[in-house]
Design a protein around this ligand. Structure first.
Ligand SMILES: [Zn+2]
Length: 162
């Protein structure tokens, strides 16, 4: 379904956002740095096409999703220097979805990172941190994106196999 007005106002469909925040991409997906990182390496996986839910992904996107996620997670974990992470999808307002363009949060996790482990407390601490954490400036974003991109380049052979 193509809705021009909806796409025009979508932050993840904005060329400016994508240019400034993407650190890894393929034909269908982009891995972008979250503008308000709740933890170090907090990134998002988004389809390049504007869809609201996983149900709208086409066959090719569905097939490529797991492999792309593995690659994006690999880069985020190297950057954050940990092996643990949450991969979070919030679908619908009641589940906490704010931007109506399908996106998965990658949250690299560490002991004592101030995000809870227990599910109930996790969502509470996640929401609190999202509201409190400061928005990256353009130059701060550029630094993070550069570091993530260079990890992607330096581990290209490994990442291609994921
Ligand atoms: Zn969009």
């Amino acid at each position: 379904m193509f809705n021009k007005d909806r796409i025009m106002e979508c932050v993840f469909c904005s060329k400016t956002t994508l240019t400034a925040e993407t650190f890894y991409e393929d034909e269908n997906f982009a891995a972008i740095c979250n503008i308000r990182p709740v933890v170090k390496g907090h990134c998002l996986i988004i389809p390049k096409r504007h869809v609201e839910s996983m149900l709208e992904l086409n066959e090719k996107e569905r097939k490529n999703f797991v492999s792309f996620s593995n690659k994006a997670v690999f880069i985020a974990l190297k950057y954050a220097d940990t092996a643990d992470f949450d991969l979070l999808l919030q679908r619908g307002e009641n589940a906490g979805q704010s931007v109506k363009h399908l996106h998965f949060h990658i949250l690299p996790r560490k002991r004592n990172d101030n995000l809870a482990v227990n599910k109930k407390e996790f969502f509470q601490s996640f929401a609190e941190k999202e509201n409190k954490v400061k928005t990256l400036t353009q130059s701060e974003m550029a630094v993070v994106v550069r570091e993530l991109s260079s990890i992607a380049e330096n581990h290209k052979i490994q990442i291609d196999e994921l």
